[in-house]
Design a protein around this ligand. Structure first.
Ligand SMILES: NC(=O)c1ccc[n+]([C@@H]2O[C@H](COP(=O)([O-])OP(=O)(O)OC[C@H]3O[C@@H](n4cnc5c(N)ncnc54)[C@H](O)[C@@H]3O)[C@@H](O)[C@H]2O)c1
Length: 410
C-alpha cells in the first residue's frame, strides 16, 4: 500500500492527511507536538463521522480511512513513497526539520513542500536534494478545496513533477503545474480582485456592498472582494499582497492598498474580529468602510465601454443591464485587472494559460478561468477596455505584458 509521511499536523497537515487516507494511502502523521497529532486525528474522525451522517460515506469506509492514519515519528518514515512537509512558513525551520527525515526516507522518496510563499528551489538546495523536492501546494481546507499547485523547483526532476501531479490527481485533486515564482498562480493572479476593488472604493466610485453585488451578479463570483477579504482576514490578505508585490519587484499593478493595510493595522481584521469592511455583529453585515464624499471622476468616459464589457462578460444579461453605471465600471475595472494579471503571469512564465484557468477555477472558485473569460469577451474589446482604463484610471496599473494573451494561449 502506498505510504505518505506528513510532517506538521496543523490545519494543512491534518487536511492533507485526510485527503491521502481517503484515497487509500497509509499516512504517517508527525508533529513536534504529539497532542497536535492526536487532535488532528480526532478532527479527521469528526469530519468522517459527519460524512457518514450525511450519507456521503459508509461506516466501513470511514473506519478503514481512519485506520490508515497513524500517529508517527521521524524514525517510522523508512517505508514512505512520499513525504510532505506542512510546518511553519520559515525556510530555516523547514530545512532543519526535514533534514532528519531525509536520513530515514528511502533514497527515491519524493519530498514535497506545502509552502505558500517560500522558494521550493531554495528548500531543495538547503536539503541538498533539489532534484526530488517539489512543491505540492494544497488550499485550505484541503479536503474541500479541489486545487493542488504542483511547483517545479529549479532542480526538480521531470519524473518527480509528473509523479506528484499523478498522485494529486489520484487523490481527487485538480492539478495546475507552475513555476517556482512568488505567489505561484492563485496567490498572484487573485491579488487584483481585492486590490482593484479597494481602489474603486478609495476613488469614490461605489460603496463596498454595491461593488460586492456587482461582482456576484454580473460576474457570477461566489463572494464579492470585500466580503471575501473580511472572511480571509485583512492581516493574512495584506501580508500575502505585500510579499507578492515585494518579490515581484513592486509592480504598480500589485501595489498594496493603504486603506486595507490601515484596516489590518487597526485590528479590524474582518469576520474573526467582528468588523472589517463590514460590521458582522448584526443579523446582516453592514458596510462600515465608506467611500470618500467626492464623487469619482472619469465615470462618463467609461460608462459606455463598461456597459459593453459587462454584457460581453456576463452570463446574466439582465443583472448586467440592471446594474448602475458605477457598478458596471467597478466590475470592468476589477475583472480587467484580474484578467490582465493572468496575462502577465503567463508572460512571466509562471504557468501555461490552461493551468492558470484550472487554478483560478479550482483554487478560488472563479466561475471561469481568466483566459477562457478573455477569449469569450474577445481580444478587440479587451484591448479597448485596457486602453480606456490606462487613459482614464491609471496607465501603469493596466499596462499590458510584452506577450498578449491571445499569443500566449495559442
Ligand atoms: N493555512 C493555510 O491557509 C495554508 C494554505 C496553503 C499552504 N499553507 C502552508 O502550509 C504550511 C502549514 O500551515 P498551517 O496553516 O497548517 O500551519 P499550522 O500552524 O496550523 O500548523 C503547523 C504545524 O507544524 C508544527 N510544527 C512546527 N514546527 C515543527 C517542527 N520543527 N517539526 C514538526 N512539526 C512542527 C506545529 O506544531 C503545527 O502543528 C505552511 O507552510 C503554510 O504556508 C497554509
Amino acid at each position: 500500500m502506498p505510504t505518505v509521511g506528513i510532517l506538521g499536523a496543523g490545519a494543512m497537515g491534518a487536511g492533507i492527511a485526510q485527503v491521502a487516507a481517503t484515497a487509500g494511502w497509509t499516512v504517517r502523521l508527525i508533529d513536534v507536538d504529539v497532542e497536535t497529532v492526536a487532535a488532528a486525528i480526532q478532527g479527521v474522525q469528526a469530519r468522517l463521522d459527519r460524512a457518514v451522517g450525511k450519507g456521503r460515506m459508509d461506516t466501513a469506509a470511514a473506519a478503514e480511512t481512519l485506520s490508515r492514519l497513524q500517529a508517527s515519528t521521524i524514525t517510522d518514515l523508512g517505508d514512505c513513497d512520499l513525504f510532505i512537509e506542512a510546518i511553519v512558513e520559515d525556510l530555516d525551520i523547514k530545512a532543519s526539520a526535514v533534514a532528519p527525515a531525509i536520513d530515514v526516507l528511502p533514497a527515491d522518496a519524493i519530498i514535497a513542500t506545502n509552502t505558500s510563499s517560500l522558494s521550493v528551489g531554495d528548500l531543495g538546495a538547503r536539503l541538498d536534494a533539489g532534484d526530488r523536492v517539489c512543491g505540492m501546494h494544497f488550499f485550505n481546507p484541503a479536503p474541500i478545496m479541489k486545487l493542488v499547485e504542483v511547483v517545479r523547483g529549479r532542480e526538480t526532476r521531470d519524473d518527480v513533477v509528473d509523479r506528484v501531479a499523478e498522485i494529486a490527481s489520484s487523490w481527487g485533486k485538480q492539478v495546475a503545474r507552475c513555476a517556482d515564482t512568488p505567489g505561484f498562480i492563485v496567490n498572484r493572479v487573485a491579488r487584483p480582485y481585492y486590490l482593484e476593488a479597494f481602489r474603486c472604493l478609495e476613488d469614490g466610485l461605489a460603496d463596498a456592498a454595491s461593488i460586492d453585488a456587482a461582482m456576484k451578479t454580473i460576474g457570477g463570483f461566489r463572494m464579492g472582494p470585500f466580503e471575501l477579504t473580511d472572511f480571509i482576514g485583512h492581516d493574512v490578505n495584506t501580508a500575502t499582497t505585500r510579499t507578492v508585490w515585494e518579490q515581484w519587484d513592486r509592480p504598480a499593478r500589485l501595489l498594496p492598498s493603504h486603506t486595507q493595510e490601515q484596516l489590518a493595522a487597526e485590528g479590524n481584521l474582518g469576520r474573526k474580529t467582528g468588523c472589517g469592511v463590514y460590521d458582522w455583529s448584526g443579523a446582516e453585515p453592514m458596510a462600515v468602510l465608506r467611500p470618500p464624499q467626492e464623487a469619482a471622476t472619469g465615470v462618463e468616459a467609461l460608462s459606455d465601454i463598461a456597459a459593453r464589457l459587462c454584457l460581453a462578460a456576463t452570463s446574466n444579461a439582465e443583472a448586467a443591464k440592471k446594474a448602475s453605471s458605477s457598478q458596471q465600471i467597478a466590475f470592468m475595472r476589477v475583472l480587467a485587472a484580474v484578467l490582465n494579471e493572468a496575462a502577465w503571469a503567463a508572460s512571466d512564465g509562471v504557468a501555461d494559460p490552461d493551468d492558470i484557468d484550472i487554478a483560478m477555477r479550482a483554487g478560488v472558485n472563479y466561475p471561469k478561468g481568466p483566459f477562457e473569460w478573455w477569449r469569450s469577451i474577445g481580444e478587440d474589446l479587451m484591448g479597448e477596455v485596457l486602453a480606456a482604463l490606462r487613459e482614464n484610471v491609471q496607465a501603469d496599473r493596466f499596462s499590458r505584458p510584452p506577450e498578449a494573451p491571445g499569443d500566449a494561449s495559442h
